[in-house]
Design a protein around this ligand. Structure first.
Ligand code: ADP
Ligand code: MG
Length: 457
């Protein structure tokens, strides 16, 4: 068999990776790699220093392997090697052309942090409809907004997708800014925090990174479960948390599950997250769903007949975002077609949504549990970066099933696995393809699906 040169193989894989990854990520982590050597089984990739090597190994190895496999139909072993050990310190310097953009971006984030521009003006306390499913979380949020850093610190809000976590969290920010209890409010997702951290490492600007966080009065970190399994940023956040806490600054976090159920979250963080108040946003009951629909109608300055509103509230239950979506579709139908909306046409209009509702009884963690049990691996491995096939394949299967069996978006699924959405996309595609040729895999997937009470095509 004729051997492909390292360059050619790597070039092909790069094309693939470029499509799968955000362009920022690609240019920072992949474009800087040099293919060094290729033999029958192994591709050796050269990088500038240890930091690149370990970061790539920890975060991008599976994706790189998949890309290589899909362009060559071969499973390659990958070895990273540091090209020329420089006398320079261990932290890498961003390639020249990137330094400016990174600097610009940092300036931008600084500017953002100074204002409340990081808050969405839609997410106000007044527009948050309160009912039995959320009144405790709402009351706690009002208390915190009134006396940040003094009542419940931290405030930890958890609950499923689309139940109002981001809304409520940002509403606290708005109130605290307005009543003057906080000057410097900063909202960001934990994914953004991770990216800023990477920038800071690259740019050797950790002190500035730290200052930006430690100078806030009210720090809102959304979707903290994304930090699962990411040890370095957890370490960094641990110190930030302590610094803020010690100086009575308020910390608010959201997550899709209780801290103790985030696998790959350091114990000391888990316990700190539970120091203050932990509160859950549950699925809204029928009355709350009606109240939300009525409120949103008023906001949109429309009014649907009572029976249609009731139909929506009865049939769209799992998530407020979807409830909102259903209302918007119903409303726009009448205005677009100039026809009176009947129950029959509403049913047709919402067919997909109602279909999704049926699926949405399954949560990510139910699926992950079923897969872990079936393959006899630990639940923690669902969010870990461990790569042995015996773990990587089940994890991919779980990602595939989450795609198939829940109506959730790629980023939502990705965060349940503490991976990027590109990883989930690759994983589920690769399982889908492999099932065509691998009967064993197909049988496993079918068994798990049956256990979950789902039929899989
Ligand atoms: P999460 O962050 O939990 O996924 P969001 O906060 O983004 O959910 O909420 C999804 C959508 O539903 C947003 O448009 C939000 O305004 C709306 N929403 C959620 N809960 C409520 C509520 N209790 N009252 C009014 N709107 C809500
Ligand atoms: Mg959210």
């Amino acid at each position: 068999m004729e051997m492909m040169p390292a360059n050619a193989l790597w070039g092909k894989a790069c094309k693939h990776l470029k499509e799968a990854l955000h362009s920022d990520v690609f240019s920072r982590w992949i474009a800087v790699i040099d293919p060094v050597d290729l033999d029958a089984t192994t591709l050796t990739l050269g990088v500038d220093n240890d930091f690149y090597q370990s970061w790539l190994e920890e975060n991008y190895l599976p994706l790189i392997k998949q890309a290589l496999q899909s362009v060559s139909d071969t499973e390659w072993k990958i070895i990273f090697t540091v090209k020329a050990r420089s006398v320079a310190p261990a932290l890498p310097v961003a390639p020249k052309k990137e330094r400016k953009t990174i600097r610009d971006r940092l300036k931008n984030t600084k500017a953002l942090a100074k204002s409340a521009a990081s808050l969405n003006p839609k997410f106000k306390m007044d527009s948050f409809v309160v009912g039995p499913s959320n009144n405790f979380a709402h009351a706690a949020s009002c208390a915190v907004a009134d006396a940040p850093g003094r009542t419940y610190n931290p405030l930890f809000i958890y609950g499923g997708v689309g139940l109002g976590k981001t809304h409520l969290m940002q509403a606290i920010g708005h109130v605290a800014l307005k009543n003057g209890k906080a000057k410097n409010v900063r909202y960001l997702s934990s994914e953004t925090m991770l990216n800023e951290y990477i920038d800071a490492l690259q740019n050797r600007s950790l002190p500035q990174f730290r200052n930006r966080y430690r100078n806030t009065d009210l720090l809102l970190i959304d979707d903290i479960h994304f930090l699962a399994g990411k040890e370095r940023i957890q370490e960094e956040f641990f110190h930030t948390f302590n610094a803020l806490f010690d100086s009575h600054k308020q910390i608010i976090m959201t997550s899709d599950r209780p801290a103790s159920e985030i696998s790959g979250l350091e114990q000391r963080l888990v316990s700190r997250f539970e120091w203050g108040l932990v509160t859950e946003l549950e699925q809204p009951d029928f009355e709350t769903r009606m109240a939300i629909l009525r409120y949103k109608q008023k906001e949109m300055k429309v009014e649907l007949p009572e029976n249609l509103i009731t139909f929506i509230a009865e049939n769209v239950r799992a998530n407020v975002r979807r409830l909102e979506g259903a209302l918007i579709r119903a409303v726009s139908y009448s205005s677009l077609t100039n026809q009176v909306l009947t129950i029959e046409s509403l049913k047709r209009l919402l067919r997909d949504t109602i279909e999704q509702e049926k699926k949405s009884d399954l949560t990510f963690s139910t699926i992950q549990h079923a897969v872990a049990e079936h393959y006899d691996i630990r639940m923690q491995d669902m969010t870990s970066t461990r790569r042995p096939r015996s773990i990587a394949v089940p994890r991919q299967v779980a990602m595939y099933l989450c795609r198939q069996m829940t109506p959730s978006s790629l980023p939502d699924i990705a965060s349940a696995f503490a991976k990027t959405h590109a990883t989930v996309l690759h994983a589920s595609r690769s399982i889908e393809n492999r099932m065509d040729v691998d009967d064993d895999l197909k049988r496993n997937v079918r068994d798990i699906s049956r256990k979950l009470g789902q039929a899989v095509v």
